[in-house]
Design a protein around this ligand. Structure first.
Ligand code: SF4
Length: 269
């Protein structure tokens, strides 16, 4: 099991190394999701505490700041990159052949990170104006250009093989464009993790991608490990997993208008 510290910026929590050590002492693997801006300052104490994996979220306005940080931290700990690709950013770099994004992917490849995960934006409403939707000409151009230009890269997701074990290879995941009319059921979230929030509720999916209440939480009075297990094995969780696997089963309401259902998410961990 992996303990993943995320939500807000975990590097702002001064107890993070202590919590990582506690998890490691109890024989759990540990990971953080971070924007990385403080990573070079804290990498020594985090590695010493036993940090196993970093999920680095990169945004269009942090690319430049991360350029000097990445080569410092990448040799110290395994890093996977997530880049939230918004429609407005994609359109803004279309006339320069998407160079800043392609250069960022190359930098990550050359820093020996394992995976570059392009994500659809998550939001708490049905506003999909920043989401890449089917038929987006710039996205099609971007995907084709990446495949032509990027060498020594394995592609996953859109227009690529569906699943690849990327050991020893740097891989790039391209999300499927959003098509809410599609009956595709490609979300892997309820299999890959359980979220424990700041007040101790456990959920089977992040819930960020929908404005509906996320799946039922288990009893807050019981031990956190049992609570996570309770959420993962709850009747609601089982229903969600079955409906994502079986095209004939009715989709659970939370999943109907969720960008992740049609392939907008791939776990890095
Ligand atoms: S498709 Fe369903 S299970 Fe997957 S992230 Fe969206 S709401 Fe959660």
């Amino acid at each position: 099991m992996i303990f993943l510290f995320q939500g807000g910026e975990p590097l702002l929590n001064k107890d993070l190394p202590k919590m990582i050590k506690m998890a490691r002492d109890n024989r759990y693997l540990t990971a953080i999701i971070t924007n990385g801006l403080l990573l070079d300052k804290h990498i020594d104490e985090l590695v010493e505490a036993g940090l196993c994996d970093v999920q680095l979220s990169v945004y269009s306005n942090t690319i430049e700041k991360l350029k000097p940080i990445l080569p410092i931290v990448a040799p110290r700990v395994p890093i996977n990159i997530s880049f939230v690709l918004t429609k407005s950013y994609l359109d803004s770099i279309a006339n320069i052949n998407f160079r800043p994004l392609i250069d960022l992917i190359l930098l990550c490849r050359d820093c020996s990170s394992f995976k570059f995960n392009i994500c659809q934006p998550q939001h708490g409403s049905n506003d999909f104006s920043e989401t890449i939707c089917t038929g987006d000409a710039n996205y099609e151009r971007f995907v084709d250009l990446c495949k032509r230009e990027l060498k020594n890269v394995v592609f996953e997701g859109y227009k690529a093989r569906r699943f690849h074990l990327s050991f020893n290879h740097f891989s790039v995941f391209m999300p499927d464009p959003l098509d809410l009319t599609s009956d595709k059921r490609g979300c892997k979230q309820p299999w890959s993790f359980c979220v424990l929030d700041g007040v101790g509720n456990a959920y089977i999916c992040c819930g960020c991608c929908t404005d509906k209440q996320v799946f039922e939480a288990s009893d807050p009075n019981i031990d956190v490990f049992d609570r996570c297990e309770g959420a993962l094995n709850s009747p609601k969780a089982q229903k969600v997993r079955s409906s994502l696997r079986d095209k004939n089963a009715p989709l659970q309401p939370e999943c109907v208008d969720c960008a992740f259902r049609v392939g907008g998410y791939s776990s890095n961990i």
